[in-house]
Ligand binder design. Structure first.
Ligand SMILES: Nc1ncnc2c1ncn2[C@@H]1O[C@H](COP(=O)(O)OP(=O)(O)OP(=O)(O)O)[C@@H](O)[C@H]1O
Length: 658
């Protein structure tokens, strides 16, 4: 632009209104303007007077002081002038930052800082006139640049937080705000996306407001926030200034909480309907009660189509990436499941004790309650967990099983919650954890009593907030997972011994299912034996008709410390050895329960529990020739799962012999 202030040909045609309550300043201005050939349409000391003069003669431009006598300020008048498309230049002296911020929101055509020189005034006027004459063209160019900037920012490499922060930076000069929130309105799938909020702390300075920060600043509890959030609803593109803002805050608790926390007084909301997971929205908040103008609305309306397109594409891309990762891991998991043959759900038995358990399963399955299954090893806790899942609304989603005793202590966290690439040595790729994998479905935490104390608060957080955080991750991820936990320990005793957190125990113990040991439901022995013999016959390709009377009698007397797993193993071994269709035990079942009254000092050497456990494991390993798995392996002798035995060996520092 070429400016020749002292020889402006159209100056004499222009009428200027001076709004200034200091007479000396106003008079100086009048002299400068008239000397340059402008016509001064009037001098007003107040907004009211300025409006009066304007109604008689529309000026070509207004020179406007920010601080004026009377109830209204120059900023109030500026808003009126904007509506009427009259260009204006502010005159100001020692104005503080907040007033300047407000003044900026009115889109002035220039600023003149007092005291000013004649030359400054004339140049400012010339620029203002030029800008006004070319405003449409300028606006189009600015909008195009903004549109390109927004698309680039959104498509840039990086995480959502950075992308959206750049979006906020680009929008702020056009749509002022102190606080901005961006996210998906119907966040059924919070895992895909959660809202991002930024608080403007200064020009070009923003603070990311995470959920935790917001909770701290607002004083809300996580539950309350979740409740407000779920009720949050946005309508169409619109402005809430002044009273409208108060009204909407009265109806929308989420908005009210934000407004109270950051002292906000107006809002502009822009929904961007995408084809992915509901509407994306941008919500601008300002500390001034009347910041948002129809022109802001109009600008966003013009930007809307390209923003929708970009968000749609990005969300779809994100979703595909996530789903394919989940699918890949689900596949691996299911393949493992099929290999372990643990996919059946046939629970045999009709003893009153077991029927009671069935009733509990029917009762709790349709709810989303956390279930805690307690029972000795081999009583069928996993079967019951599957039964709960298969009778729940989640039955078509995956049930992920995790044996807390069989995890290496240093990998447990990453197994449960996943990790980001580079989170620790060896984390070459991002990996989603079992909780994320189970999203929408159920997670079965077997041997929960073995969960290390330091991980218990993290599990508690999932139960309370339904949120997980990947190792090395920056943001929490929402997980809609039902939890079923099982233990063969008495968790209450574990709490008393300080091995298990009381708060976690209460969270898990919402609905307790006690699975009785086999010795308390011997009525089931017949049907269980028949069921297993049929299964074994098929597997071995042998004809098996039943058990010998002697074996049957032994079974009735035996106390079954390894419960149903022991029964199955015993029948399998006997069937293999059996020469006839009628199966008999090769070795008699030893009833080795000792009543406390018969215990003598010679029988009972008291050892620390871990020592006794260690000795017992060593004995089993010795007997099995250090074989853990398979028939006659140490795990079978101890009536525990091989994976559990392996974990115990690591914990008790028992090294394998190769
Ligand atoms: N009622 C039942 N009907 C048929 N099979 C059963 C029944 N109960 C248990 N089983 C079988 O017994 C074995 C052990 O069951 P499961 O693994 O569910 O026990 P658990 O209590 O989870 O054991 P642990 O405490 O060692 O984890 C499995 O092979 C299971 O299929």
């Amino acid at each position: 632009m070429y400016i020749n202030a002292l020889n402006f040909p159209q100056a004499s045609q222009q009428t200027i209104l001076i709004v200034e309550d200091e007479f000396a300043v106003a008079n100086d201005l009048r002299i400068i303007l008239e000397k340059a050939g402008y016509i001064v349409s009037g001098i007003a000391f107040t907004v009211e007077r300025a409006l009066e003069i304007n109604s008689q003669q529309r000026p070509d431009l207004v020179l406007l002081d920010i601080h004026l006598k009377g109830g209204q300020s120059g900023i109030d008048l500026a808003r009126q002038l904007s509506k009427e498309d009259i260009p204006f230049v502010y005159l100001s002296a020692n104005t503080n930052a907040s007033i300047l911020e407000q003044a900026k929101t009115t889109n002035p055509y220039g600023f003149l800082v007092k005291p000013f020189r004649e030359k400054d005034v004339l140049v400012a006027l010339e620029i203002a006139q030029y800008r006004h004459a070319h405003r449409i063209e300028l606006q189009i160019r600015q909008e195009q640049a903004l549109q390109i900037g927004l698309t680039n920012a959104l498509s840039a490499y990086g995480d959502w937080e950075n992308r959206l922060l750049n979006v906020a930076r680009l929008l702020e000069p056009h749509i002022p705000f102190e606080y901005i929130m961006m996210g998906l309105e119907k966040q059924k799938e919070l895992t895909v996306f959660r809202p991002y909020s930024f608080f403007r702390t200064g020009p070009e300075e923003y603070q990311t407001i995470s959920m935790d920060t917001f909770l701290q600043m607002s004083g809300l509890t996580a539950e309350k926030l979740q409740q407000f959030w779920s009720q949050n609803q946005y309508g169409q593109l619109r402005i809430y200034n002044g009273e409208d803002f108060e009204v909407i805050c009265g109806k929308n608790s989420m908005m009210q909480a934000i407004a109270r926390t950051f002292r906000l007084r107006s809002n502009l909301i822009v929904p961007l309907p995408t084809t992915q997971n509901g509407d994306f929205y941008l919500s601008f908040f300002s500390r001034q009660p009347d910041t948002y103008l129809p022109e802001h609305l109009a600008l966003l309306q013009r930007l809307q189509p390209s923003l929708i397109l970009t968000f749609d594409r990005l969300l779809a891309f994100d979703k595909i990436e996530r789903l394919s990762e989940q699918l890949r891991q689900e596949n691996t998991y299911l393949q493992e499941e099929v290999k372990t043959g643990a996919n059946f759900e046939e629970i045999i038995g009709d003893s009153p004790a077991l029927l009671n358990v069935f009733r509990s399963v029917e009762q709790v399955a349709p709810t989303d309650y956390t279930v805690l299954i307690q029972g000795e090893t081999g009583t069928g806790k996993e079967l019951i967990a599957r039964a709960v899942h298969n009778r729940s609304r989640r039955k078509n989603k995956v049930l992920i099983k995790l044996n807390c005793a069989a995890l290496a202590a240093n990998l447990i966290e990453s197994e449960l919650f996943g990790h980001e690439k580079g989170a620790f040595t060896g984390a070459h790729e991002q990996r989603i954890g079992k909780f994320e994998l189970a999203n929408g479905g159920t997670i079965f935490l077997d041997e929960i009593g073995e969960l290390p104390l330091e991980l218990q608060p993290k599990l508690l957080r999932v139960l309370q907030e339904k949120e997980i955080e990947r190792v090395g991750g920056k943001k929490p991820i929402f997980c809609d997972v039902r939890i079923i936990a099982a233990t063969n320990r008495n968790l209450e005793q574990e709490v008393a011994a300080g091995h298990f957190r009381l708060d976690l125990f209460y969270r898990l113990n919402v609905f307790l299912i006690n699975l009785p040991p086999l010795r308390e439901r011997k009525e089931d022995l017949i049907s269980l034996s028949n069921f297993f013999l049929q299964k074994i016959a098929k597997k071995l390709g042998k004809k098996l008709t039943g058990l010998s009377a002697d074996s049957w009698q032994q079974m009735q007397k035996y106390h079954w410390p390894g419960n149903i797993r022991e029964l199955e193993h015993l029948l399998e071994r006997a069937s293999i050895m059996s020469q006839t269709p009628e199966v008999s035990f090769v070795e008699p079942l030893v009833v080795n329960s000792i009543s406390t009254s018969s215990v003598t000092n010679a029988v009972l050497e008291v050892k620390p529990f871990y020592q006794a456990e260690r000795d017992n494991i060593l004995a089993a390993l010795k007997r099995s020739d250090f074989r853990i798995r398979g028939k006659g392996g140490a795990a079978e002798l101890l009536h525990i799962k091989p994976t559990t035995l392996e974990a115990k060996m690591v914990r008790l520092n028992i090294k394998r012999l190769h």
